[in-house]
Design a protein around this ligand. Structure first.
Ligand code: SAH
Length: 415
């Protein structure tokens, strides 16, 4: 198909129209004329990849990674666009979500995390997959097919420097590499986990039931990961313990940026009661505990038992902080009446009932919402702003260069 690409949409596709059909085209840029190859025909839309660029965008560049593209690694979306343009595209995606889904407007930019951002070598966690022969590679986009790579440009450590690509792994397993930096100096530590087919599905279904992953030596870890498996990440002078099964921010500069922005937006005062929903290993809980002091309190809610254990360790010097091992629901929020709340949910956003209960808390003045999905954020923001709250601040940062993902942070205040 010869297509003229129109605007960018969530996921990094460009829309195109031809003979009454709507196309969602990946690996293109707005304004380009391309030859596209259909990958999937759905009910109302046709999915396609750019096969050949006929009239390129002025922002198109030659991807630095030789393994990027429709028939190669599917880990990145935007290697073919210069970094500034990537952020313009993401701004447009976020703006569309705010306007159309959230019925909201905001002045904002998608900012790089540092002036030195190159878009390369930022990820502290990489997941490879082993093919039938046991060789590790990356998955194609929307596919189980594994393609060979020699390095990953966004991986913090050059994979060619590790034995991971020469070694043979159990066929069908996934290999997770985590690069942790506890002193911020010198090369990061590398830790490696192998998730075999059986263990992986078990891990997905039942994260908190123990026996969830296989160490490099093939031994199984029961329950809480043993001490030796714990990793440490330094953020603003504090070492955070992160077990391999706990979530932690993936961009090497993201944790500091988010922790600073959340504290600035929420501006908690001494003696206040703060709540940190989806608190992970306590990245926001700890600075909140410092800010409210021993006469205040901060309560985290987190559903992953490994993250809760990490948070308990990370918060051990702060008696004013506690973390509940629970899911964020109307029920778990029932007995609370905080002054300020931060929430940082997964892509699905917050449950409607839980959000509605939160909005009825009469002492609550400020809500900071950290989101990695502008569409579910906008859906939830609409509920918040329909209930006598205003969005006072909004910002976005490029936590995921080369991909179509964006992080946003918003401050809501009661009218
Ligand atoms: N704010 C933290 C963690 C954010 S990631 C940080 O920046 O490091 C989101 C966290 O929410 C993960 O730790 C995940 O385990 C947890 N989570 C996912 N669904 C949840 C739910 N329904 N209730 C509580 N926690 C949940």
């Amino acid at each position: 198909m010869r297509l003229k690409l129109e605007k960018i949409v969530k996921g990094g596709d460009c829309i195109a129209h031809l003979e009454g059909d709507v196309y969602f085209v990946h690996y293109g840029l707005p304004g380009e004329t391309v030859m596209a190859r259909i990958t999937q025909i759905k009910k109302n839309i046709i999915l396609a990849d750019v096969a050949e660029v006929i009239i390129p965008s002025p922002h198109r560049i030659k991807p630095k990674c030789p393994f990027f593209g429709p028939s190669a690694c599917g880990g990145c979306d935007f290697q073919h666009a210069d970094l500034n343009h990537q952020r313009e595209l993401k701004k447009d995606i976020v703006r569309q979500c705010l306007n159309f889904i959230g019925k909201l407007d905001a002045e904002f930019e998608v900012s790089p995390l540092s002036p030195a951002e190159s878009g390369e070598r930022w990820r502290n966690r990489i997941r490879l997959a082993a093919d039938e022969s046991g060789a590790a590679g990356m998955r194609r986009r929307h596919s189980h097919q594994i393609v060979p790579i020699k390095d990953c440009l966004i991986s913090q450590v050059n994979l060619a420097d590790l034995a991971v690509l020469e070694k043979r792994w159990p066929a069908g397993s996934e290999i997770e590499l985590i690069f942790s930096d506890s002193d911020g100096k010198g090369p990061p530590d590398v830790s490696c986990r192998v998730l075999t087919k059986e263990r992986f599905s078990e891990n997905r279904k039942k994260k908190s039931s123990g026996k969830t992953f296989e160490g490099q030596n093939g031994s199984l870890s029961d329950g809480a990961a043993p001490e030796k498996d714990n990793l440490f990440f330094k953020v603003k002078g504090t070492d955070y313990r992160v077990s391999p099964l706990s979530f932690f921010q993936m961009h090497k500069n993201a944790a500091e940026f988010l922790s600073d922005t959340v504290l600035e937006y929420l501006s908690p005062k001494p003696k206040e009661n703060a709540v940190d929903l989806y608190s992970g290993v306590g990245l926001f809980t700890l600075p909140l505990a410092k800010a409210v002091g021993e006469e205040g309190s901060v309560t985290g809610i987190e559903s992953n038992v490994y993250a809760v254990k990490d948070a308990e360790y990370n918060l051990r010097h702060f008696p004013q902080a506690r973390v509940l091992h629970a899911s964020v629901t109307a029920y778990s929020l029932k007995g609370m009446n905080p002054d300020c709340v931060v929430l940082d949910p997964p892509r699905s956003g917050i449950q409607k009932e839980a959000l509605e209960i939160l909005l009825t808390k009469n002492k609550l003045k400020k809500i900071v919402y950290v989101s990695c999905d502008p569409a579910t954020f906008a859906r939830d923001a609409k509920i918040i702003t329909s209930a006598a709250w205003d969005m006072k601040k909004f910002t976005s940062a490029d936590l995921f260069p080369m991909t179509a993902h964006t992080e946003t942070v918003a401050l809501f205040e009661r009218k």
